[in-house]
Design a protein around this ligand. Structure first.
Ligand code: NAD
Ligand code: UFG
Length: 339
């Protein structure tokens, strides 16, 4: 298939491009580079043995720019990663987040339908479950209250895409609810490249291990979990990437609307991750216990059985692989994509 990948220069996008090409698909990337660099796409090409991926530096809110891309290419489907994703920043800049993520998706799906492409895979998040009513979380678990504008955009865009599909059954909409993606391509050439001080656990750990940060702050050790620290379902980004390849099956089968949890089904606490990282890499991660972070929940991990049953997908990598590959990326690229 020929796939439009919005946000393809980012963390998950770059890894997905590789898996799409390995599976024989053709791709075109649209990204405004607000949170990425062109260098990431250069490295994807290298990893694919020199395959040139057409790239358009276009903001998905730019209707004219996006329409031109559709005039030049006939797409079978779109994988829609483009969006702003920093939880804390979204609290400080709600309007910018709602504008970018909501308006961008409105323009994208309108331009798609005008050009006869009605197949979309959307990057949603476990955040839509709020403080989950059921653990492990199944897709039947009711959606919960999102504590920040970023999460709200994911939850609302799920509703928008659901309504669009209901109104026009020609649409196939796959909502992938990602759990916590970490890790990197085993080459160490592409990986997560956060701006400034990382919000998320793994980039904070790797930056501490490489000496860029003094110590990790562990946000709370009084949660009702086995060691008091927050438990999450970490998933290797390459597994997440292959989930997108698998999700194309739901589109080929014309499922209409389909929702899948994309996680491993295993929960690890913050201290479990620190220990696994130290063990896998033989490096120390100094840490101290800090107060809880506002908006955090105790436990979040999924039941990924539906993705296995319907898409034939399940995660292949474990926590040690994730820790090894995150570190391999960080130590080889201490400043990310900057030279
Ligand atoms: P990322 O920031 O690395 O990638 C997103 C890409 O979208 C960036 O390259 C950015 O430049 C681009 N972009 C943003 N707004 C755009 C716009 N208006 N027009 C064109 N391009 C635009 O993030 P990621 O971690 O690769 O996440 C990809 C998607 O998955 C996002 O939608 C994110 O919300 C979602 N997601 C991520 C996580 C996570 O923890 N990484 C978890 C759940 C869901
Ligand atoms: N944590 C720390 N110290 C840090 C960073 C995180 O102790 O410096 C803890 C958190 O308190 C939490 C766990 O590590 O218990 C994971 O935190 P992350 O920030 O890495 O991930 P979250 O589960 O909070 O959220 C992430 C994304 C969301 C997404 C969600 C589910 O940031 O956008 O996963 O996919 F919605």
């Amino acid at each position: 298939m020929k796939i439009l990948v919005t946000g393809g220069a980012g963390f998950i996008g770059t890894h997905t491009l590789i898996e799409l090409h390995k599976a024989g698909h053709e791709t075109v990337v649209v990204d405004n580079l607000v949170n990425s660099q062109k260098e990431s796409l250069k490295r994807v090409s290298e990893l694919l043995g020199g395959v040139e991926i057409p790239f358009y530096q276009v903001d998905i809110r730019d209707r004219e720019g996006l329409t031109k891309v559709f005039q030049e290419h006939k797409f079978d489907a779109c994988i829609h990663f483009a969006g702003l994703k920093a939880v804390g920043e979204s609290v400080a800049k709600p309007l910018e987040y709602y504008e970018n993520n909501m308006s961008g998706t409105f323009v994208l799906i309108d331009v798609m339908r005008q050009n006869g492409c009605k197949n979309i895979i959307f990057s949603s998040s476990a955040t839509v479950y709020g403080d989950p009513a059921i653990i492990p979380i199944t897709e039947e678990c009711p959606k919960g209250h999102c504590t920040n504008p970023y999460g709200q955009t994911k939850s609302m865009l799920e509703e928008v895409l659901t309504d669009v599909q209901k109104a026009d059954p020609e649409w196939n909409v796959v909502l992938l609810r990602y759990f916590n993606p970490i890790g990197a391509h085993k080459s160490g050439r592409i990986g997560e490249n956060p701006n400034g001080i990382p919000n998320n656990l793994m980039p904070y750990i790797t930056q501490t291990a490489v000496g860029k940060r003094q110590e990790l702050g562990v946000f709370g050790n009084d949660y009702p979990t086995h060691d008091g620290t927050g438990v999450r379902d970490y998933i290797h980004v390459v597994d997440l990437a292959t989930a997108h390849v698998a999700a194309l099956k739901a589109i080929a089968e014309k499922k209409g609307l389909a929702i899948y949890n994309i996680g491993t089904g295993h929960g690890y606490s913050v201290l479990d991750v620190v220990n696994a990282f130290e063990k896998a890499n033989g490096v120390k991660v100094p840490y101290s216990i800090k107060p809880r972070r506002a908006g955090d929940i105790a436990t979040c991990y999924c039941n990924p059985a539906k993705a296995l049953a319907e898409l034939g997908w399940e995660a292949q990598y474990g926590i040690e692989d994730m820790c090894r590959d995150s570190w391999n990326w960080q130590k080889n690229n201490p400043n990310g994509y900057e030279a």
